[in-house]
Design a protein around this ligand. Structure first.
Ligand code: DGJ
Length: 733
């Protein structure tokens, strides 16, 4: 178990959970990829690389005409010396050449998993949880040393990869391309699954067959983005939700990324992922190092569901950090859709009082409490309370809310600046911009230049001052536009293309500082909803506002798509008013509640305007969620019916000991003469008897999973069924 170096064959055999990953030091010191898949006891070379002479595949050694990098499955391919496929990295040296030639130098295997300097990454709590292999490669001509870092989690099918570059030479190197992981699969029999979307419509699932040539997704927006999530999976064509081989790749980074799969002339597939090389360069002076972000690679032979559950467990327990990682999350009420920016202290207190009567635990004051922010045209950057709206200040409001019996939370958008702000009037050069060019606004705002130390210091100081001024136990950290005119006045001309990555490093520094200064605060990240729902942000903030779209029917797809990688405990999900503010659909409180209970539950509507009947219904929802949240937030997640392919959706959660489960079934549109529905459950123990708390009936886990449970005939559009099962002593009940 762990990492073995088979010296005779020069094979590194990495074992993670039920997975093996094998690398060989090949002829001339090149690193070849041998195998990644189901665990093998000992790799004895049953899967050797065959050397054959191929036309138009040149050879680095003219004496060895069967050996070409063009045909070698490689671990970290370079550019310029016989491999014509996409390189994992590219470097320019002072004479203008962009050719490199990396050879094996040495390696080191050790217990534990290293931190990545300045970057978020998965971690271990005990060194015994993981083992790490560092392979040192060198291009001796230019003094470049490259460290490939692999960590294997012993009890999970997870291998993480990252790369560190060091300039050991005497001349300046320019990094043009630095991907973090490259896997040369030995064939091309795969489908590619990615998560695409838009604002209000995040993480739709698309699956396509890979074809010869390049297929890629990327972000050039300065954020991981609503448009493409930094994730992809390669699935064997027969793989489905429960069966078949799936290979997942997830980048722990929140900025520009590239993920691509290239099928070459020999029908092999090269999968690679990392920082987007588009508009990126990085100057590496002698003695300097550059650390690339981490890619989390998951293997599953139990289909997509198996892959998702591995990501869920890893991200919930070894990516998210802090006090709230292991705590149930509070049920919150957020005033955004209730009041937008038009509120008074009295109104907020009234909302909190009603929320308390319904059992809600946390009140969140959203945008509009600072500067002179009556609309989105001003005040970002001026983190000073607006005394017109809150005459007695934030401390007083927070205390009142606390006295009512709720915790108090606050919204910020720290990375932004409004042109109409004191901050901009004082520091017009603090935003990302290019001299003499226009400054394009998005949502009437500009992006602060977090590649600059003084800007980061300002944010840390301004946000900390507010957080120290009142009993605040929750923060929503928003970010509402993407980057344009990407340039920094803090960097010389040769380093302008470092700006976007330096921004991310600045942001991570700020987040590290603020989250460690205020360890008792629950942080939720947000970017116009789920525009930065990525592992990088989850490292600092253990939950994310999943989407600005709170419509229950839209949320079926959004939450289902998000669940491909991210666990329910990371997904903020709220009940909002109808007609829904984003899509104007009218749905019942019941379905809005049940959909939102698939994540970190909350409300986002004016509770003071509800009828008594509605308040009672909410009271019941809140009580129910308090009773089941340990199952949703810490249980195993199973997708049952896919909303992307039908009129229905269904998912379920099962506690780790399989003693409790909850099932949600949703039907979008009513059907005339609909077939009778049986729903087959998953993840239960076939030997356990379970009582359905809604009907009082007892069934064996085997019956529920193999024969399924009959669902009632549903009438009308947008309907749902909720079932809660508890293990009982016998099938007699
Ligand atoms: C976008 C967020 O996603 C919303 O929930 C809300 O906080 C607004 N910003 C406030 O401006």
């Amino acid at each position: 178990m762990g990492i073995i170096f088979q010296g005779k064959d020069k094979i590194f055999h990495l074992q993670a959970g039920d997975t093996s990953y094998c690398i060989q030091i090949e002829r001339e010191g090149y690193l070849a990829h041998l195998y990644w898949g189901k665990r093998i006891q000992q790799f004895n070379g049953s899967n050797p690389i065959l050397y054959v002479k191929r036309g138009f595949s040149p050879c680095p050694n003219p004496m060895d005409v069967t050996f070409s990098l063009d045909t070698l499955p490689q671990e970290y391919p370079a550019y310029g010396n016989t491999d014509f496929r996409t390189p994992a990295f590219q470097i320019q040296v002072e004479n203008g050449s962009t050719i490199t030639d990396l050879r094996y130098k040495s390696h080191h295997i050790y217990d534990g998993k290293p931190k990545l300097h300045g970057l978020p990454a998965t971690y271990v709590e005990e060194d015994s949880e993981a083992e790490t292999l560092e392979i040192y490669l060198e291009d001796s001509l230019i003094g470049l040393s490259v460290t490939l870092i692999y960590s294997v989690f012993k009890h999970l099918n997870v291998i993480t990869r990252s790369v560190r570059f060091k300039n050991n030479g005497s001349e300046r190197l320019i990094l043009l391309r630095v991907l973090s992981a490259n896997v040369d699969f030995r064939d091309d029999q795969f489908d590619l699954l990615t998560l695409y979307g838009a604002h209000n419509n995040e993480r739709n699932i698309v699956r396509r067959q890979i074809v010869p040539g390049n297929q890629s997704i990327e972000s050039r927006r300065g954020a991981s983005s609503h448009q493409q999530n930094p994730f992809f999976a390669m699935l064997r064509p027969n793989a489905n939700e429960e069966e078949g081989e799936v290979y997942g790749f997830s980048l722990v980074y929140s900025g520009n990324f590239l993920a691509q799969v290239e099928v070459d002339q020999f029908h092999t597939a090269r999968a690679s992922m990392g920082l987007n090389p588009f508009d990126f360069t990085w100057i590496l002076e002698p003695t300097e190092s550059f650390q690339a972000p981490e890619v989390v690679m998951v293997y599953s032979d139990a289909g997509l569901g198996g892959m998702s559950r591995t990501y869920h467990e890893l991200f919930r327990t070894r990516l998210c950090r802090g006090l709230y990682r292991d705590l149930v999350r509070p049920i919150l009420i957020n005033n955004w859709e209730a009041t937008y920016m038009k509120f008074t202290a009295e109104k907020l207190v009234d909302m909190a009082k009603t929320a308390k009567e319904m059992g809600i635990e946390l009140f969140v004051l959203d945008d509009g409490w600072f500067g002179k922010r009556d609309n989105d045209k001003s005040s970002l950057g001026d983190w000073v309370v607006d005394k017109r709206k809150l005459p007695n200040g934030l401390g007083d409001l927070a205390k009142k809310i606390n006295q009512i019996g709720l915790e108090f939370g606050l919204w910020f958008e720290p990375e932004m600046i409004s042109v109409d702000s004191n901050l901009y009037r004082t520091h017009p050069d603090w935003c990302l911009h290019v001299p003499n060019r226009g400054r394009s606004e998005g949502r009437n705002q500009l992006v602060l230049d977090l590649s600059r130390e003084e800007v980061c210091e300002y944010i840390i100081h301004a946000i900390s001052t507010i957080l120290e001024s009142a009993p605040i136990t929750y923060v929503k950290w928003d970010m509402n536009r993407h980057m344009t005119e990407v340039g920094s006045q803090g960097l010389p001309s040769g380093r302008q293309r470092e700006t976007a990555h330096r921004y991310m490093l600045g942001l991570y520094k700020v987040l590290e500082e603020i989250t460690s200064r205020f360890p008792y605060i629950l942080f939720e990240s947000c970017s116009g909803g789920g525009g930065r729902f990525d592992p990088g942000m989850l490292y600092y903030m253990p939950q994310t506002w999943t989407s600005d779209n709170t419509d229950a029917i839209s949320r079926l797809k959004i939450q289902y798509g998000t669940s491909i990688v991210y666990p329910a405990i990371t997904m903020g999900a709220h009940v909002s008013a109808v007609p829904n503010h984003q899509v104007h659909r009218v749905t019942s409180l019941a379905i809005r509640g049940e959909v939102a209970m698939g994540g970190d539950f909350g409300y986002e509507l004016d509770v003071t305007k509800l009828s008594e009947k509605q308040r009672n219904e909410i009271k019941q929802q809140v009580t129910l969620y308090k009773n089941i949240r340990h199952i949703v937030q810490f249980g195993l997640f199973f997708r049952l019916l896919d909303p992307f392919i039908g009129n229905e959706a269904s998912w379920m959660f099962v506690t780790e000991d399989q003693s409790e489960a909850i099932v949600s079934y949703f039907k979008v549109l009513a059907e005339p003469n609909a077939p009778l529905k049986r729903l087959k459950l998953k993840g239960l123990n076939p030997k356990f008897p379970y009582k359905c708390l809604e009907t009082g009936r007892v069934f064996g886990g085997d019956e529920l999973m193999y024969a399924g449970i009959g669902l009632p005939m549903l009438k009308g559009d947008f309907t749902c069924v909720f079932l809660w099962f508890k293990r009982v002593d016998s099938l007699e009940g």
